[in-house]
Design a protein around this ligand. Structure first.
Ligand code: ZN
Length: 217
C-alpha cells in the first residue's frame, strides 16, 4: 500500500531533492519573510510520503483504486480572498503537468496589488494536493501568492517583519487556509510531508507553505 503511493507521487518528485530529507529545525523561527538563499528544498520525497501516510487512515482513504492513482488527475479548488476569484483546476493529468492549467494558476496567484504574475513552482501545487489528501478535499482560500518586488518593498515599509527576498517573490510560497478544515490539522499534514517550509499563523488563521528548505515555525 505504502509503496504504490510513494511511487505515484514520485512521478513529480524533483530527483535532485531525493535524499535531502533534512531534519526539521524546530528552533528556526521564521515567517513569510524567510530568505531564499538555500538550495533546493526537500520536496515530496518517498520518506516524506511514508511519513505522511503514517499519519493515519485519512491519507489512505483514496476514493479510487491505488493503481489508478498515479495517473489520476490532480485537481485543486481555489478561492482568492482578495480578488474573489474562484477556480477549479486540473493541473496534473495523464502523468504530466498541464501547461494551460499551470498558466491559469499563475494568473490566479498573481500579485493582486500590481497585477504581475510569475511562473509558480508546480511542486507547490503538489504540496497543496498532498495536504488535501491528508485532511480532506476542499477549497483552498488564497491569502497571498506571488509578491512582486514592488509589493514586497511596500510591505517591508509597512512592517519590519518582511525581508528583502521572500519565497513569495520567487513563486515558491503561498499563504492559504482550507475551507471548513481545521487550519492546525492542515499545518500538521504539511509538516508531515516534509516538502518545504510550513508556518502557522493562528490569529489570521492561515498556513504559509513553501518549497524551500524543510522547516517550521
Ligand atoms: Zn507566506
Amino acid at each position: 500500500m505504502k509503496k504504490w503511493l510513494a511511487q505515484a507521487l514520485s512521478t513529480t518528485m524533483d530527483a535532485k531533492a531525493r535524499g535531502s530529507d533534512t531534519a526539521v529545525d524546530s528552533q528556526v523561527r521564521e515567517s513569510c519573510r524567510q530568505q531564499a538563499s538555500f538550495g533546493p528544498g526537500a520536496h515530496l520525497g518517498r520518506r516524506s510520503l511514508l511519513r505522511a501516510i503514517s499519519m493515519g487512515p485519512a491519507a489512505l482513504a483514496l476514493p479510487i483504486a491505488p493503481q489508478a492513482w498515479a495517473a489520476a488527475p490532480r485537481t485543486l479548488s481555489f478561492y482568492h480572498t482578495h480578488t474573489g476569484e474562484r477556480r477549479v483546476v486540473e493541473y496534473y493529468a495523464s502523468g504530466r503537468y498541464q501547461p494551460d492549467a499551470l498558466d491559469e494558476l499563475n494568473r490566479l496567484l498573481r500579485d493582486f496589488r500590481t497585477g504581475e504574475a510569475i511562473e509558480m513552482d508546480a511542486k507547490l501545487f503538489d504540496l497543496l494536493y498532498g495536504v488535501s489528501l491528508a485532511v480532506g478535499r476542499g477549497t483552498f482560500e488564497i491569502v497571498s501568492g506571488y509578491r512582486s518586488p514592488k509589493t514586497n518593498a511596500m510591505l517591508r515599509q509597512r512592517s519590519g517583519g518582511v525581508a528583502k527576498k521572500s519565497l513569495h517573490m520567487q513563486g515558491r510560497a503561498i499563504d492559504v487556509r482550507l475551507s471548513g478544515r481545521d487550519t492546525r490539522r492542515m499545518r500538521d499534514a504539511a509538516i508531515a510531508l516534509r516538502a518545504g517550509g510550513v508556518g502557522y499563523y493562528a490569529r489570521s488563521n492561515f498556513v504559509h507553505l513553501d518549497t524551500g528548505r524543510v522547516r517550521r515555525w
